[in-house]
Each structure stands twice: as C-alpha cells, then as structure tokens.
Design a protein around this ligand. Structure first.
Ligand code: F6P
Length: 357
C-alpha cells in the first residue's frame, strides 16, 4: 500500500518553501511508494477539505521559485479551539479531513504558530512532522530556518543601495527591516551592510544615544548615518510598558511604522536630513538564495526519511551544522530571540556599532 503524505505551508510565506516541498516529494517518491496530497492555503485547507492528489510533475521546476505552490494563510493557533461564526470545530474538522485523505503523515511547513498547531494535531493522535521556515529565524532548536538567509541577502542589498545615496546627500537613513519579535534579520543584515546603528526588539534603545552617534560621526566628517531598525524595536520607555498598552499606543501614533517614529524623534535632536526606507514584503519575495535552496532541500529530504522510519511528532532542525530533529512538544511556539550577549552582538559592538543602549 502506498504511503500517503499530506503537505501544507502555513503562516507568512518565505523563499525556500517550494524547494522544501520538492525535497520532501522527490525523496518520498524515490525511497517510498508515496502518494502526496497537497493541501491548499495552510491549515485553512485542512479545515475546509481543500486538497488534491499531486502528480510527480507538479514538483518539477519549483526549486528556484519563491512563494509556495500550495498557497498559505494565517490561521492563528489561539483560535484553533475556538468555534467562530462559521460554527466549525476546526480541530475536529482537521482530524476528519486527515482521515478522509487516508494520510499516513502530515508535513507542515511553517513558523512558531504553525508548529503550535502541528503539536496540537500530534497530541490529537495524527502523525505530524514540522519543517521550520521563517525569514525571522526565531524558531527554537534550529540554528537556522529556511528563508532567513535569502531575506538577509535582500535586506543587505537594500542597505548597500541606501549607503551610496545616504553618503551623497549627507543624510541619516532609517531602514526598517522585518522582524516583529526577533531581531536576527536586522542584526545579520545590519552587520553585512555596515550599519552604524542596529536597533532590535531585544535591546531597547535610548533615542538620545542614537542621536549621539549621528553627532559623533559628524565630528569625524562622516556626515551620513545608516540606522537598521527591526520592525519590533522599542525605546526604553516603550519596553517598560505592558505589551497591550504599547501596541495600543503605536496604533494611535501618527507614525505607525517604527522607522517613521524613530525618524521623527531623532529630528528633535539633530539638524541632519532624515529619510526612512521600508522594504517590507520584498524581503519575503523572489527566488531563494543558494544556501536556502540547500537547507530547504535537506530539511525536505530528512522529513521523507523520518516518514520512512515511522518517526513522527518531530520538527526537522539544523543543529551545529548537522540535520537532525526536535520533538514538536519541546520546540512548538518556543521563541528564539537574539541574546543581547550573543557573540554577533558583541562583535558588532567591538566594531563601534551602536545598539542605541
Ligand atoms: O514572520 C515573518 C514576517 O515577515 C515578520 O517578519 C513580519 O512581522 C510578519 O511576517 C508580517 O506578516 P504579514 O505578511 O501577515 O504582514
């Protein structure tokens, strides 16, 4: 009897999803008598029963493609057990559809939220394997998630391009990089792009200290400054507030984006011309870089091996450079913020990069 594998991609997309899907599929067809069922639009498709039996040919030519051939959606974990207006018991529906598809295993590609639901389904008795993707690189237990390195390359390219125009105009440029809860992307791209200031959610900033960097650089005749700021960066005052109050305050703020808030506050301390740049979802678009193609492929192939071995309730991971796995229950929803004492932060500080603290 064929081994029936369901695959879905959930949460924000990222480069490398198709490469990972292809890795699972090719290794599964190669090593198992596999049938693969593609589930549309993440857990939404599993709830609604929106799926199709895939043909082998559908996995050809997708290695370099950005996005996901299966589509994705955000179906928040916190609502999974909540019966909403449509009156659907989502967990029950997902279990019923798993059975209707006659699956032997479900492979879920996603971030922290996706892993939480994967763990829930595993506890409900389904065979589940997770693959960690996100440009944020904030999943506990894996050195890297796929998608991250591509986003680092894109954000670095943005900083590089901004550098030349900043220098020509003697401007302060505030570049807002994705990462609401974790600052890995900003930290890597900031270092790779030679940012003068790197502001992360994990290290609250003091705007006066950021302004001082601009002044000190001006004294050295460096009349431009590059500030790389993570989407979720916050000031010392904001960090002292309750999350709920802070978010409500930001919603009300004239400047919704952190880069704009920082620019407005900095302008009170400096006469320098300030501009903001928000590359936004560009950081999640396009073809995966070579590193992510390799990592995604390895993760996908490893998932197929686990299925062959009948090992489930796991999430594939990169650990000390080797492909392995974690128990879903150990890592599901566990964040991986930047440690302010991280070697990379220390190296940046030793290069006189300011974290605004
Ligand atoms: O988790 C990836 C991510 O790109 C974050 O960096 C960002 O905060 C969020 O997704 C944006 O989400 P959406 O695509 O729903 O706007």
């Amino acid at each position: 009897m064929a081994t029936r594998i369901g695959i879905l991609t959930s949460g924000g997309d990222c480069p490398g999803l198709n490469a990972a899907i292809r890795g699972v599929a090719r290794a599964a067809y190669q090593t198992l008598d596999a049938e693969i069922i593609g589930i549309r639009a993440g857990y939404r498709g599993l709830i609604d029963g929106d799926y199709q039996l895939m043909q082998q040919s559908q996995f050809s030519g997708i290695l370099t493609m950005g996005g996901t051939i299966l589509g994705t959606s955000r179906t928040p974990f916190r609502n999974m057990r909540v019966v909403e207006e449509d009156n659907v018991d989502k967990v029950h529906a997902m279990k019923m559809n798993y059975r209707a598809m006659k699956l032997d295993c479900l492979v879920t590609l996603g971030g922290n939220g996706t892993h939480k639901t994967a763990n829930l389904l595993s506890r409900e008795g389904l065979n589940v394997i997770g693959l960690p993707k996100t440009i944020d690189n904030d999943i506990f237990g894996t050195d890297f998630t796929f998608g991250f390195h591509t986003a680092v390359d894109i954000a670095t390219d943005v900083i590089d391009r901004i550098h030349t125009t900043a220098a020509s105009h003697n401007r302060v440029m505030v570049i807002e990089i994705m990462g609401n809860k974790a600052g890995w992307l900003t930290l890597y791209a900031g270092i790779a792009g030679g940012a003068d200031v790197i502001l992360l959610p994990e290290i609250p900033y003091d705007i006066e200290k950021v302004a001082r960097v601009i002044e000190e650089r001006a004294k050295l005749n460096k009349n431009f400054t590059i500030i790389a700021v993570a989407e979720g960066a916050m000031s010392l005052e904001e960090a002292a507030m309750r999350k709920k109050d802070r978010e409500a305050m930001w919603k009300e703020d004239e400047f919704y984006h952190v880069s704009q808030r920082i620019a407005a506050r900095l302008q009170q301390h400096t006469a320098a011309e300030i501009r903001t740049v928000i590359p936004g979802h560009m950081q999640r678009g396009g073809s995966p870089c070579a590193y992510d193609r390799v990592l995604s492929t390895q993760f996908g192939v490893h998932a197929a091996h686990l299925i062959k071995e009948g090992r489930f309730s796991l999430s594939v991971a990169l650990k000390g450079g080797a492909i392995g796995e974690n128990k879903l229950e150990d890592i599901a929803g566990v964040p991986k913020p930047v440690d302010p004492e991280d070697q990379l932060v220390k190296s940046a500080r030793d290069m006189n990069v300011s974290f605004g603290d």
